[in-house]
Design a protein around this ligand. Structure first.
Ligand code: UT7
Length: 318
């Protein structure tokens, strides 16, 4: 699998830590030292579809392709604007794509799951050129009175176009079936027959458990998938990790004995945008000229489920 183009889109409103202190019992100092986050982009008059469309169009332009060149569309999203039809169906109509289109929800690991599905479709010949769009509006999921979660997240979308050109791609996915540590319950509806339903609840997270899980699994997944690809950790040119928290990134980096320049980060300005963090970071680095043809990239994500995903891919784009 090869990456042909990348794109991203963010809402225009920047929510700083200081602004959060106007309605929450928190501080810039607490948020910075625990997470590294200084600000995040939060939707005001944007919707998820608009962000997804802008990211998709930017990725097509970067790949010098037209919407009709894409023969499969996968969107990674926790909560689309409409639960049905999918975000992917709404996006294909706006973008002018007529191809199979589906949503996939693997929380923050969604980009890695989507890449692995894309790889399978390419290998079996069911698709020749796919677009993956990860679009998340975390500001709709969090409880804005819960300081332990709402300060962590942001909104945005990242997209890639891929094809099956001869290239290195190796992925590893896991899932544990744990609903208690990290969850969000939507409105249960108003069926007069339903005897018991979990009431609606904003995003809940046991931060310390997720922290331990993230550091141990991300470290293990990366060692495993890089080894399975026949490579050494030091041969990887760039590690792109789910941008949840600067402390997690640092903990994984030191366990892998890698230098800071191999672990780029944008969590300081973006916060955690769930599955969109890696494709947004990849797009920012691509546009900054950080990647060179032949570079080896290792990706790793973790999230609700609890799910994880990691992969190794060679950057081939000029
Ligand atoms: O994609 C999903 C990935 N999720 C994550 O990456 C989250 C991983 N977890 C973490 O990064 C950390 O656990 C957090 C940043 C979420 C929390 O840091 P912590 O060091 O684990 O803090 P804590 O939950 O143990 O809370 C420590 C204290 C508590 O006060 P008391 O009980 O000691 O008085 C909290 O009430 O910090 C308090 N606290 C806050 N204080 C100021 C919690 N949130 C805040 C806040 N501002 N925003």
């Amino acid at each position: 699998m090869r990456i042909l183009g990348t794109g991203s889109a963010l809402p225009k409103f920047t929510l700083t830590n200081d602004r959060l202190t106007e309605f929450l019992d928190t501080s810039d100092e607490w948020i910075r030292t625990r997470t590294g986050i200084q600000s995040r982009q939060i939707a005001t008059d944007e919707d998820l579809l608009g962000l997804a469309l802008s990211a998709a169009q930017a990725a097509l332009e970067d790949a010098r392709l037209e919407p009709g060149d894409v023969d499969y569309l996968i969107c990674s999203v926790i909560e689309p604007d409409t639960l049905t039809p999918s975000l992917a169906c709404a996006l294909q109509a706006e973008a002018g794509m007529s191809c199979p289109a589906m949503d996939l929800n693997c929380a923050c690991s969604g980009f890695l799951y989507a890449l692995d599905v894309a790889d399978s479709l390419l290998r079996t010949g069911k698709a020749k050129r796919l677009m993956i769009v990860c679009a998340e509006m975390m500001s709709r999921l969090v409880d804005w009175t819960d300081r332990s979660t709402c300060v962590l997240f942001g909104d945005g979308a990242g997209a890639v176009v891929v094809d099956g050109g001869e290239n290195l791609f190796r992925a590893r996915l896991t899932s544990e079936g744990n609903v208690g540590i990290l969850n969000h319950y939507p409105d249960p509806g108003n069926s007069p027959f339903l005897k018991s339903a979990h009431p609606a609840q904003g995003l809940y997270m046991d931060g310390q458990e997720v922290y331990k899980f993230a550091v141990s699994h991300s470290t293990h997944d990366l060692k495993q998938v890089i080894g399975e690809a026949g490579l050494e950790l030091d041969q990887i040119d760039c590690y792109l990790l789910h941008q949840a928290n600067k402390r997690i990134l640092e903990a994984v980096r030191t366990r892998l004995h890698q230098p800071p320049e191999k672990f780029p980060s944008n969590v300081e300005k973006r916060g955690n945008i769930s599955s969109a963090t890696i494709p947004i970071l990849m797009d920012e680095l691509n546009r900054a000229g950080r990647f060179h043809p032949g570079d080896l990239l290792a990706l790793s994500a973790f999230g609700a489920g609890l799910t994880t995903g990691a992969c190794v891919i060679r950057w081939t784009k000029e």
